[in-house]
Design a binder for this molecule. Structure first.
Ligand SMILES: Nc1ncnc2c1ncn2[C@@H]1O[C@H](COP(=O)(O)OP(=O)(O)OP(=O)(O)O)[C@@H](O)[C@H]1O
Ligand SMILES: [Mg+2]
Length: 424
């Protein structure tokens, strides 16, 4: 849906341009042959200060436009802001209430959507980053064009470049024909680069080139191909910090982080919980072909207060589980054992009794399978010295899914780290 007729925002473009110049200056200085080391260091420090000033300035500039709507928005109540989004036909494939943090994220996404500027979305696992990326696509001028999603954390390093940029026949063993990459497939539309923090440094250089020149080169080919893909990236890591530590290219970080959207964790928007569980109760009922489940008051109270380390995905999983296991009305006893508040069920035996009393063999099977899953993960982490990425690779599981499972079982990978493991 096209909401505004916004062309490129010149303020933001000049901001990106200035930053780029600073970056070029820094890399030139880094390699200036005739300067003494101390001079280089001094100049680099000056550049760093300059860059920080620009960042602060640009932050103000970036939001000048948004705040002209939100100045009135500031004087508006959250209910009015929410209503205003709905009236502007804001496309959102989920529900949202009146939480100020979420409203702010949605308003930024709405303003960013019709532009072609890169957007970097961050937030914990399961908060709705991918949903936000789709929102940006769906509310922009490319809504009727293709949306291509790539999970940078799930593709082995040696295949990543071919996946993103394509390859030429014979470029490597197994390259039996020419192949288009995701960037080419996303031409005219949006490319969503999920888990961008997992992109190896070598591929980061290539991505930077695409962002600078809108050109790609298939692996094994010298030909340059023009691509026009709007880039939206997401991460659950602190990319700024990673770039300061040298684990992520700083110039790429600034290229991607033109518009920044932070999706707040569910524990910081608990007021949205009832709305969300009602949404999932209806969704689960449709999927499971049953009447929407009712929930006891105790269960509703528990759900409203729980912290959800796995965020919205965890809440959704709980509701699907309840909708599957309970008959007409669910109570605390239908929660997974590890979530059940003390007092609801006091011992394992009682838990088993409760399950047997309510006649749900599937519940017992689920508990056994949960326990096996937990043991499997603990054992796996032990074997790889706490390296989550390595475990994900070995068991061929998406890394963020693995992180969610670890959270679900309350397992901390740090507890399994050996001295030689440097990265989780
Ligand atoms: N406001 C919402 N309303 C309804 N469903 C939502 C909302 N936000 C998120 N969801 C759902 O929660 C689940 C998790 O969202 P999503 O996959 O976008 O999270 P994520 O941040 O990308 O997670 P990860 O970091 O694990 O990849 C999805 O099924 C999504 O549809
Ligand atoms: Mg995701």
């Amino acid at each position: 849906m096209k909401l505004y007729n916004v062309k490129k925002n010149s303020t933001t473009i000049s901001y990106a341009g200035v930053l780029e110049k600073v970056e070029i200056m820094r890399s030139t200085l880094r390699w200036a042959p005739k300067l003494e080391r101390a001079d280089i260091q001094k100049l680099l420090n000056q550049c760093n200060t300059l860059r920080d000033e620009v960042m602060q300035l640009s932050h103000k500039e970036r939001f000048v436009k948004a705040s002209t709507t939100t100045v009135s928005a500031k004087s508006k109540s959250e209910a009015e802001r929410r209503q205003a989004l709905i009236e502007r036909s804001f496309v959102y494939d989920g529900v949202f209430g009146e939480n100020p943090k979420l409203l702010e994220a949605l308003e930024i996404a709405e303003r960013a959507a019709p532009t072609d500027l890169p957007v970097l979305i961050d937030g914990e696992s399961g908060t709705g980053k991918e949903l936000m990326a789709k929102v940006i696509h769906a509310n922009g001028s490319r809504a009727d064009k293709v949306y291509v999603s790539v999970n940078c954390g799930a593709i082995p390093d040696n295949l990543l470049e071919s996946e993103l940029f394509g390859h030429k026949k014979g470029a490597f063993t197994g390259a039996t024909g020419d192949r288009k990459g995701k960037f080419e497939s996303a031409n005219g539309g949006t490319i969503f680069l999920d888990e961008i923090g997992e992109l190896p440094l070598q591929s980061q250089v290539k991505l930077l080139r695409v962002l600078q020149s809108n050109e790609i080169q298939r692996v094994g080919s010298d030909d340059l191909i023009q691509v026009d893909a709007r880039v939206v990236a997401a991460t659950n890591r602190n990319l700024r910090q990673l770039s300061q530590q040298g684990a992520f290219r700083e110039d790429l970080f600034y290229r991607l982080d033109v518009i920044h959207v932070t999706v707040p964790p569910l524990r910081e928007r608990k007021d949205e919980i009832p709305l969300l569980y009602e949404y999932f109760l209806v969704e689960a009922a449709e999927r499971l072909n049953r009447a929407p489940l009712k929930m006891s008051v105790a269960l509703r109270n528990f759900l409203a207060k729980y912290d959800y380390p796995g965020n919205i995905r965890e809440l959704s999983n709980i509701i699907y589980r309840l909708s599957c296991l309970a008959d007409d009305t669910a109570g605390l006893e239908h929660l997974p054992t590890e979530l059940r508040p003390a007092g609801a069920v006091t011992s394992k035996k009682q838990a088993a009794d409760t399950v047997i009393a309510s006649g749900t063999l599937s519940d017992m099977k689920k508990e056994a399978s949960d326990s096996a899953e937990k043991q499997f993960l603990e054992h796996g982490l032990q074997e790889v010295g706490g390296k989550v990425a390595e475990l994900a690779r070995r068991i061929e599981m998406n890394r963020s899914h693995l992180q969610t499972l670890l959270k679900k079982h309350g397992i901390s990978s740090k507890d399994y780290r050996t001295k030689t493991s440097d990265k989780s």
